[in-house]
Design a protein around this ligand. Structure first.
Ligand code: GDP
Ligand code: FO1
Ligand code: CA
Length: 319
C-alpha cells in the first residue's frame, strides 16, 4: 500500500509519526510531501522549519515540549550570533539544529537540490517514511499587515501573530515546480492524506505549486483530510489568525469547505472532523465531501494512531 501525506510542521509531524506507527506491521510505503514556504535564509544558512520538525519528530530527537528544534539543545552559538547582531534577536537557532542547517546549506552550495539534501540528511535515521520537499525552488510565505509585508517567520516569532494579517503571499509559488518524486508519488498512491496542518500557511503553499494541485485533481487515489480545528478553535499555533485573514471561519466544516470537494474542483474526497463537531458532517456530505466524526486529539500516541487508521478507513470508503 502506498500512502502520501501532505504536511506542515508540528501537526503534520505528529500525524505522520502516528500513521507510520499504526502501519508498522504492514508493508506500507509512506511518502510525505512537506511544506517549504516557512523556509528562510538566516546567517547565511537555509532554515527549513517544517522539514526539520518532521525529521526530528520521526527520528525521536525533537523537543516535544517546546515544539521545535532538538531535545537537549544548547544555544551558545546563537548567543554569539546575537552579540554580533547577526540574524534576528528574537529567533534562536539551537546548536544541534545549527548542525542540520550547516550540513544542508553546504550541500545546497555544492549544487545539490533541496530534495537531494533532504534524502541525504534524513538517511542518518531510520525514519520509516520518505520525506519530499514540495519543491526544490525557493518559496517564501510573506504576510501582508498594516505595517507592510514581512516574512511569515517574523510575523509569527516576533509578533506572535498579534499584528493583524490582511493576506498572504506565497512568493515564488507561482513559478515553482514540484520536487522530483512528488507528482509520481501522488499519481501512484492508494491514498493521499492531508495532515491536520495549518490550511493556509502549511497546506496552502503545497497546493499553490501548480503541478501538485494538478496531480491531486488527477490521481485515482482518494484524498482525505484531517481537520486541524476542533470545536471552533486551533489546538496550537496561529491557524485562527491565518483563517481570519482570508475570511474563513475557525471551524472544521468551514476549513473542509474551503478545501472543497474534488468532484467540484476542490481537493477533498473526505474530511475527518472531531466528535464535538459531529453536527457539521451533513453540511460537508451535502457539499460532496464524505465526512465522519472521530476523536481528533493526538495528545496520546494510541489516540493518534487510531486517528491515522480512521483517515485510512475513510479513504477506503471512497476508494
Ligand atoms: P506547524 O507548521 O508547526 O505550524 O504545524 P502544522 O501546520 O503541521 O500543524 C499546525 C496545526 O496542527 C495547528 O493549526 C493545530 O490546529 C493542529 N494540531 C496540533 N495538534 C493537533 C491535534 O492533536 N489534533 C488535531 N486535529 N490538530 C492538531
Ligand atoms: N519559533 C519561535 O517561536 N522562536 C524561535 O526562536 C524559533 C526558532 C526556530 C528555529 C528553527 C526552526 O526550525 C524553528 C524555529 N521556530 C521558532 C519554530 C517556527 O518559527 C515555527 O513554529 C514554524 O515555522 C511554524 O511552522
Ligand atoms: Ca509551518
Amino acid at each position: 500500500r502506498e500512502i502520501v501525506v501532505l504536511s506542515g510542521g508540528v501537526g503534520g509531524a505528529r500525524f505522520t509519526r502516528a500513521l507510520r506507527d499504526a502501519l508498522v506491521d504492514e508493508d506500507a510505503r509512506i511518502r510525505v510531501v512537506v511544506n517549504t514556504a516557512d523556509d528562510m535564509w538566516m546567517a547565511g544558512l537555509r532554515i527549513c522549519p517544517d522539514l526539520d520538525s518532521v525529521t526530528y519528530t520521526l527520528a525521536g530527537v525533537n523537543d516535544e515540549q517546546r515544539g521545535w528544534g532538538r531535545v537537549g539543545e544548547t544555544e551558545r552559538v546563537s548567543a554569539e550570533l546575537h552579540e554580533w547582531g547577526i540574524g534576528w534577536p528574537w529567533f534562536t537557532l539551537g546548536d544541534l539544529d545549527l548542525g542540520m542547517h550547516i550540513a544542508r546549506t553546504s550541500l545546497l552550495r555544492d549544487g545539490v537540490p533541496l530534495s537531494g539534501a533532504v534524502s541525504r540528511l534524513t538517511a542518518r535515521w531510520d525514519l520509516g517514511v520518505e520525506l519530499l520537499p514540495m519543491t526544490d525552488d525557493e518559496v517564501e510565505t510573506h504576510v501582508l499587515t498594516d505595517e507592510g509585508s514581512m516574512h511569515f517567520q517574523e510575523w509569527w516569532t516576533r509578533h506572535r501573530a498579534q499584528l493583524p494579517a490582511r493576506g498572504f503571499e506565497m512568493r515564488g509559488a507561482g513559478s515553482a515546480t514540484p520536487a522530483p518524486g512528488v507528482v509520481e508519488a501522488i499519481e501512484s498512491a492508494d491514498a493521499v492524506l492531508l495532515a491536520p496542518s495549518n490550511p493556509i500557511v502549511s497546506i496552502g503553499p503545497i497546493l499553490a505549486v501548480e503541478g501538485i494541485r494538478q496531480a491531486l485533481a488527477a490521481t485515482r487515489a482518494p484524498v482525505v483530510g484531517v481537520s486541524p480545528i476542533i470545536g471552533g478553535s486551533v489546538v496550537r499555533g496561529m491557524a485562527d489568525a491565518c483563517l481570519t485573514a482570508v475570511g474563513t471561519a475557525t471551524d472544521a466544516a468551514a476549513v473542509g469547505l474551503r478545501y472543497g470537494a474534488r468532484s467540484a474542483g476542490g481537493v477533498l474526497d473526505g474530511w475527518l472532523v472531531d466528535d464535538v463537531d459531529a453536527a457539521e458532517v451533513p453540511e460537508l456530505e451535502s457539499a460532496g465531501i464524505a465526512s465522519r466524526a472521530v476523536p481528533l486529539w493526538m495528545t496520546e500516541p494510541e489516540a493518534a494512531r487510531a486517528l491515522a487508521r480512521d483517515a485510512l478507513a475513510l479513504a477506503s470508503r471512497r476508494g
